[in-house]
Design a protein around this ligand. Structure first.
Ligand SMILES: Cc1cc2nc3c(=O)[nH]c(=O)nc-3n(C[C@H](O)[C@H](O)[C@H](O)COP(=O)(O)OP(=O)(O)OC[C@H]3O[C@@H](n4cnc5c(N)ncnc54)[C@H](O)[C@@H]3O)c2cc1C
Length: 448
């Protein structure tokens, strides 16, 4: 008889936990998932990027996604009301108001045979994916909160939880921490490093009956995600379709600007929205259907994302600012990469740290690229919109926005962007110098 209860124990049943359970169960490993909540539960992070499609295909889940009726996301738009500065000739064609957009179909993406991805109601989506993992053979316990992992017998980690005030444990060959921003192992093993730069806060809710076409260029963009810049440093609003009539709206801003009390926060939301009168008018004509929810302090890295008998996937391993809708795609792709290494480890019977090195390298490469891209965006926003409108760079920027960030160490387009940021920083007379944001002065220093 085996001296462990399951091959793999997974903490958390969000997209990262459910996807890795699905991969591993599909390949024949015995998996157990512990999820503290009862699904469906609401969750922030509703707009996907197309690199998620590869995971859905591999897991046999894409048809379910197509059938579920989630809004199809064909592209993204960025809007701004202000008149921007006058630009240098090297970026001819830039519109003065910085309104730009992209369609995914403009760049063929290897392994992705759709010109769209999805916006999702996370309550429904997370439940569907977890049920899919269950259908593939994973055992799921909902309403069970893991308290810690006991590594005192290194080859038989014990996942500890309590039910009805009784502490219990399950032994496994290895543990996957997919506990999201609660970062169970990150905290237990003291791996978590707070990001020195990004300390954004968000307040968000859903509206019924908001006219999504109001700020779009034409009706074909109604289902795009929109990022509406606010005329305040580093502040923006997301507009994400959830159903035919419901739209998720969130205001993101720096922590230091964020209101401290709950009552003030609602007023703060409307005050921010008020800086874009056309948006405010649209939202006031709609009906709010959810309480306001705020999230904060949310960028961090980990000193290690794998070790002997454990890996960290999704937000449990790394969180980058969500401005490019990266989180779910990182969660799904980290599950994809980690499951590959875990299956090889299971074949060899060797779950030591070195078995997960490929996963660690790949994930760090991708999240570093995202992080640098996001840093450029906050540091010199106008450069981002300029690159999108420049034929030399548009498709390379689109590649990043499609979520294809894992295959190159230092993509040419990012190198170019960083170089321009550096030139603008050093030249006070540069036409863009006054556009430099304050958020990312350390942006290109190495982080884990
Ligand atoms: C303001 C904001 C906006 C965002 N917008 C987007 C977006 O538009 N697009 C996008 O892709 N991403 C977005 N994200 C990021 C996205 O929310 C996450 O990256 C994504 O949910 C990560 O998935 P995950 O499975 O790693 O974690 P989660 O989805 O958080 O799942 C973790 C699960 O673990 C469970 N859990 C935690 N602790 C325990 C425990 N001790 N025992 C058992 N279970 C436990 C939790 O209940 C949860 O269900 C946003 C994030 C923020 C903060």
């Amino acid at each position: 008889m085996a001296d462990f209860d399951f091959d793999i124990g997974i903490i958390g049943g969000g997209p990262a936990g459910a996807a890795i359970a699905a991969y591993l169960a599909k390949a024949g490993l015995s998996c157990v998932v512990f999820e503290r909540e009862l699904f469906p539960r609401p969750h922030v992070g509703e707009s996907l990027v197309p690199s998620s499609t590869r995971v859905f295909k591999e897991l046999g889940f894409l048809e379910q996604m197509d059938r579920a009726g989630f809004p199809k996301k064909y592209g993204a738009g960025w809007t701004s009301s202000g008149i921007g500065p006058v630009y240098s000739n090297s970026f001819d064609g830039l519109e003065p108001d910085c309104n730009v957009n992209l369609r995914f179909e403009e760049r063929a993406q290897p392994g992705v045979d759709r010109n769209y991805t999805f916006h999702v109601d996370r309550g429904r989506f997370d439940l569907m994916l977890l049920q899919h993992a269950h259908n593939l053979g994973a055992v799921i316990y909902e309403g069970v909160q893991v308290q810690q992992v006991d590594f005192s017998e290194p080859d038989h980690p014990r996942i500890c939880f309590s039910i009805a005030n009784q502490t219990m444990g399950t032994t496994v060959r290895m543990v996957v921490d997919a506990s999201g921003r609660r970062t169970l192992l990150g905290n237990q093993l003291k791996l978590r490093i707070q990001d020195p730069v990004f300390d954004q806060y968000a307040i968000h809710t859903w509206f019924d009956g908001y006219d999504r076409g109001a700020l779009a260029r034409d009706s074909s963009q109604r289902e795009f995600i929109f990022i509406h810049f606010l005329p305040v440093s580093n502040a923006w609003v997301w507009q994400i379709p959830i159903t035919e009539t419901i739209t998720s709206i969130g205001v993101v801003t720096q922590k230091k600007n964020f209101a401290s009390s709950r009552a003030e926060r609602e007023a703060f939301f409307w005050q921010c929205i008020g800086s874009r009168p056309e948006l405010k008018a649209g939202l006031e004509a709609a009906k709010r259907t959810r309480p306001f929810k705020s999230e904060g302090d949310y960028s961090y890295a980990m000193k290690q994302i794998c070790g002997d008998n454990f890996v960290l996937v999704g937000d449990a391993g790394r969180f980058v600012d969500p401005v490019f809708s990266t989180g779910v795609s990182i969660a799904l792709n980290s599950a994809r990469f980690a499951s590959h290494d875990i299956l090889l480890a299971a074949e060899k019977g060797d779950f030591r740290k070195q078995s997960f090195q490929t996963f660690e390298d790949t994930l760090r490469r991708g999240t570093k690229n995202w992080y640098e891209f996001i840093s450029v965006y906050y540091r010199l926003n106008v450069l981002f919109t300029a690159f999108i409108q420049d034929e030399r760079y548009r498709l390379d920027v689109l590649k990043l926005l499609q979520g294809d960030v894992y295959d190159e160490d230092d993509p040419e387009v990012l190198r170019k962007m960083k170089q321009i940021v550096s030139e603008v920083e050093q030249n006070e007379k540069h036409i863009w110098h006054s556009c430099l944001g304050e958020l990312t002065s350390n942006a290109f220093k190495p982080v884990f």
